[in-house]
Write a protein of this length. Structure first.
Length: 370
């Protein structure tokens, strides 16, 4: 049963776990006030951005209006989950809240993305996102039932699930800059399509950045440095449907269920021993605790029964699941740098930290007039 719960928990990492981390800053050379007097910039030769001529006449040095970048990203995120439900062969799903104890869950995402972008206005960049990503989720969890004075473990899970998929979306970055200082407010929406999900998972990223640009040599080379924040919001509900054979080989499935039944018998014995050792007055006081424990044992028994029936049905059996999820920390702090070789080519890197989410991005960008 280990892989079943790995599959349930891994969906938290698609991100979203950090997939959109590759888009935490706008894909641009920041607009900076030129030293030339207003009106001396000459005729603006490109269609975009709109009002490009006015911006040049006002003394702004615009980046080329179109670009494409390739970036590598890696990220780890702490996760929190609840409202877990599991069903078999499209029968009604059973809620397992109160039975599963997640000690730790961490999602890892890595991949390469391609991002085309254009400056629609001198202060507004719009871009698309297309990524190939690999995700994994490592969990430490257990299925427990209360037994009066304590808990009895029915199953334990310490495993890792790995998947690959496609991430796509779009974003925009309002920005402003003067005398080498700039402010960018990047935001994007992405969807991640993975085989284990019924529909693509959604994530929203907001990343404010404050930076400084330092011109080098002839002014077409520059170094940029920035600090800022990164906020990741993922959709809370996730549903999926997978073949039972993807959970565990059938020759192992029933043995795990049999061990679960044995542990449930131990739990019932522990509960009865605790209850029978109480006086009449104590039993009256702890009646609610006893009833809750009996109910939990019954729920765990129902889950094992459903799993056993599904195993008996063979390779055509399926598992349905749903859960609610969230990042352990929505915000982390970022620092970054970009080396502008010239107005066409740029190298950049960013590191995020100071929370349960850590990420790194490195990329190459090419810009051209449009």
């Amino acid at each position: 049963m280990n892989k079943l719960f790995s599959i349930l928990f891994f969906v938290l990492g698609i991100l979203h776990s950090g997939i959109s981390h590759a888009q935490v800053f706008s894909n641009k050379t920041e607009i900076k006030k030129d030293t030339a007097a207003p009106g001396t910039g000459g005729k603006y030769p490109y269609l975009l951005p709109i009002w490009g001529q006015k911006a040049r006449d006002a003394g702004f040095d615009l980046p080329y209006s179109a670009g494409i970048s390739m970036q590598y990203l890696t990220s780890t995120s702490g996760l929190l989950i609840d409202n877990i439900s599991v069903g078999f062969n499209n029968n009604p799903m059973q809620n397992l809240d109160g039975l599963i104890n997640v000690n730790s869950a961490q999602a890892t995402v890595s991949g390469v993305n391609i991002r085309p972008d254009i400056w629609v206005l001198p202060f507004l960049n719009v871009y698309g996102i297309l990524s190939k990503v690999n995700t994994s989720t490592a969990i430490n969890a257990s299925l427990n039932v209360p037994t009066g004075g304590g808990n009895t473990e029915i199953m334990s899970f310490n495993t890792k699930a790995e998947f690959s998929g496609v991430n796509y979306g779009f974003g925009l970055t309002p920005t402003m800059g003067v005398k080498g200082y700039w402010l960018a407010m990047d935001m994007n929406m992405t969807w991640t399509d993975l085989p284990a999900l019924e529909k693509p998972a959604f994530a929203f990223v907001f990343g404010p950045r404050l930076g400084k640009s330092f011109k080098l040599n002839n002014g077409h080379s520059a170094l940029n440095f920035w600090v800022g924040g990164f906020r990741l919001k993922i959709n809370s509900a996730t549903n999926g449907n997978i073949p039972l054979s993807d959970v565990l080989p059938f020759d192992q499935f029933q043995s795990r269920i049999d061990n679960g039944y044995t542990n449930l018998e131990t739990a019932q014995t522990n509960l009865d021993t605790w209850w029978n050792g109480l006086s009449g007055a104590e039993q009256a006081l702890y009646q609610g605790v006893y009833d809750k424990s009996e109910m939990a044992i019954g729920r765990a028994h129902e889950f094992l029964n459903n799993a056993s029936i599904a195993a008996d049905n063979g390779s055509n059996s399926t598992v349905q699941y749903s859960l609610a999820k969230r990042q352990k920390d929505m915000w982390n702090f970022v620092v970054g740098t970009q080396y502008q070789i010239n107005k066409h080519w740029m190298l950049r890197a960013e590191y995020g930290f100071l929370s349960s989410r850590v990420h790194f991005i490195g990329g190459l960008q090419y810009r051209f007039g449009l």
